[in-house]
Design a protein around this ligand. Structure first.
Ligand code: NI
Length: 253
């Protein structure tokens, strides 16, 4: 069994856990999990994120507006994000970013992500950034705002990776690296310097093989670690230990 597992990005507020959220979270330490960062995506679910983070010592949270959650955003939302970000167990501004897969107006996405990047920089906090099919604009924003933090569920090329690293950011890889058709994530897993890599589940989504399509949770990180460790020629526990150190350093835990 592995120990010292840190899940750098997940969503334990998700309704998929409504039946057994407490049991699921409380079982994690006995499965080797030492830390998880559960991400808010709007001002509603951040309440549960905060509750979980305040209840469990190994659970940390983020606050931020996800690009898929722009509808009915109050005009003073940024004040609320800023206020919640100061709570002790809130470790980053996230999940923020750009999503060009779904049909969401780009100008609205840009406005909200820029405001949150500026806030993170004012507060000197890391961001958790979501980039789905928006690599070009994402890089423009990262160059301009130079946030510290994480490009989560990294889906860019190895070329883009070089620039992300140069800007000082970290990336995380999750279940996608175990998928049969994973080509680019495997390349990225080969290339990324080990001191810039974090492991994540994005639970409840993106469960690794052999659980693909099922509900994910942080106890499945070993399947991701085993795949990447094999690519890198180190032991899974060694990879887990390194990525856990990275996550704690990046989130300031
Ligand atoms: Ni996510």
């Amino acid at each position: 069994m592995y120990t010292n597992i840190f899940d750098a990005h997940c969503h334990y507020d998700d309704e998929w856990y409504n039946e057994d959220r407490t049991e699921t979270i409380e079982s994690l330490p006995s499965k080797g999990v030492c830390g998880v960062v559960t991400n808010a995506t709007d001002l509603e679910n951040v309440k549960l994120v905060l509750q979980l983070a305040e209840k469990y010592p190994f659970v940390y949270g983020t606050v931020g507006i996800h690009p898929e959650c722009l509808e009915n955003l109050p005009t003073n939302y940024l004040n609320t994000v800023a206020e919640i970000s100061q709570k002790e167990k809130i470790v980053a501004i996230g999940e923020i970013g750009l999503d060009y897969y779904w049909d969401i107006p780009k100008d609205a996405q840009m406005k909200v992500v820029k405001e949150q990047l500026a806030l993170a920089s004012d507060l000197d906090m890391p961001v958790v950034f979501h980039d789905r099919e928006a690599h070009g604009d994402t890089m423009d924003l990262l160059r301009k705002y130079k946030p510290k933090g994480l490009l989560h569920c990294y889906s860019g090329s190895t070329e883009m990776l070089k620039e992300v690293l140069k800007l000082g950011m970290y990336i995380s890889l999750g279940g996608v690296v175990t998928f049969k058709n994973a080509r680019v994530p495997v390349e990225v897993a080969k290339e990324v310097p080990l001191d810039r890599l974090l492991l994540e589940t994005d639970a409840p989504y993106l469960a690794p093989v052999p659980f693909r399509g099922k509900r994910n949770d942080s106890s499945l990180i070993p399947y991701i670690a085993e795949k990447i460790a094999e690519i890198r020629g180190i032991s899974p526990q060694e990879l887990i230990d390194i990525t856990t150190d990275n996550a704690k350093r990046m989130y300031g835990i």
